[in-house]
Design a protein around this ligand. Structure first.
Ligand SMILES: *Cc1c(COP(=O)(O)O)cnc(C)c1O
Length: 391
């Protein structure tokens, strides 16, 4: 991987030390130009006409996304973000009184709110599978919780608040053996590490554009396994997800398109396709190796600083590095760093309550690396933390 070339192709690298890739990563100039050129084309010749002209590239989004995660193109739905992609799967499932949703402690807030709402409406139960000694979902405990009440296994692959990579494949084996639907929130993993839906065995997987994929904001997609989708009536349908076939009839479209809606951010979809193509070109194995190298380097640097405690869990740790500071407020540190051109973020209980509460953490600092970051930038972060602490 030619890091100088990667940085030259990413305008933001010249301006900021961007360590908020788990929030929204820097796009390449190629992705940015793709978005802007389409917006210009829409303004010049009309939105529908621009879409028709770019139809081959719009259609190419599906095989590109499918290739990245080992799916088939008709198993991909373009959706405006990971949460709505996840919602389209989750809210299309039916739960009754006494049914159980099995999830993990690191679960993301929006997903958990959906469980709570559904539990309230349907009388079903949320069961949080305990963590194992690595601080990741205990797969043996999950297997012990399988019974006739278990109707869904739903976890995240990589949480928003830490570097851990959940053992998604092992969870998939349990789900598939028990024939229980498996929904995987892969918002932080796709684009960061190799994700193969057939190896994982998930029925649904949700992805956002702006994080590790480096796509535009307001884009995402849902993977919906062909065999599962055939029997699922989406919670919402429009004239793209279904056809109005007679005055009193409609036919739901086959494939994942049934989870889409018609109107969309076309420039964004093209930008996301461009970003996915670049991930495929770089190679996800090389991306993952580079991200882990940088993240391990950052953890090593932070471990040497007094008053800093690393807070990442999991047997396998990726690009999201989190830590707690003894002597400076986390929000204050983030603000000071940003003023100096170093972007990090703070994860709060509003994004992951169960996990942070269980560990008695109010918030954690989050510095998330991507391929275009450098060792020099990691040194700079450490130096700036030192400056910020001194006043
Ligand atoms: C960011 C995030 C989401 C939500 O993604 P959106 O694109 O903002 O909807 C879901 N799950 C995890 C683990 C996340 O980090």
């Amino acid at each position: 991987m030619d890091i100088d070339q990667l940085r030259a192709a990413t305008a933001g690298c010249a301006r900021v030390v961007h360590l908020n890739n788990a929030g929204s990563a820097l796009p390449t100039t190629r992705t940015l130009d793709t978005v802007i050129n389409h917006l210009r084309l829409e303004a010049a010749i009309g939105g529908y006409e621009a879409a028709d002209r770019e139809r081959p590239r719009l259609d190419a989004f599906y095989p590109s996304a499918a290739r990245l995660i080992g799916a088939r193109p008709d198993e991909i739905a373009f959706v405006e973000n990971a949460t709505r992609a996840w919602d389209m799967a989750f809210y299309s499932l039916r739960f009754g009184a006494g049914d159980r949703i099995l999830t993990c402690r690191s679960e993301y807030s929006s997903n958990y709110i959906a469980y709570l709402q559904t539990a309230r409406k349907a009388g079903c139960e949320i069961v949080v599978v305990p963590d194992d000694e690595h601080g990741q979902i205990d797969v043996a405990a999950l297997a012990n919780l399988i019974d006739s009440r278990a109707k869904l296994i739903s976890i995240n692959h990589v949480p928003t608040q830490g570097g851990q990579v959940q053992p998604a494949d092992a969870v998939g084996k349990v789900a598939n053996a028990a024939k229980i639907p498996y929904l995987l929130d892969a918002c932080q993993s796709v684009g960061q590490l190799p994700v193969d839906v057939s190896a994982i065995g998930c029925d649904f997987l949700s992805v956002t554009g702006r994080k590790y994929l480096r796509g535009p904001r307001g884009t995402g997609f849902l993977y919906a396994r062909r065999e599962t989708t055939a029997d699922i009536e989406p919670v919402m349908l429009d004239n793209h997800a279904a056809r109005w076939t007679g005055a009193n009839t409609y036919a739901t479209m086959p494939g994942a398109v049934r989870f889409e809606n018609w109107e969309r951010y076309f420039a964004g979809a093209l930008g996301l396709a461009a970003a996915i193509d670049q991930a495929n070109e770089l190679g996800i194995d090389a991306i993952w190796a580079r991200i882990r190298l940088l993240a391990d380097g950052l953890r090593a640097r932070l471990a040497d600083l007094p008053g800093v405690s690393l807070t990442d869990l999991g047997a396998t740790k990726g690009g999201i590095v989190t830590f707690a500071m003894a002597d400076i407020d986390h929000d204050e540190l983030k603000t000071k760093l940003r003023a100096r051109g170093v972007n990090v973020s703070v994860s709060t209980r509003f994004s992951s309550r169960l996990d942070l509460e269980a560990r008695d953490l109010e918030t954690v600092m989050r510095a998330s690396v991507h391929v275009y970051n450098t060792e020099t930038e990691l040194d700079r972060l450490v130096a700036e933390i030192g400056l910020a602490r001194r006043g």
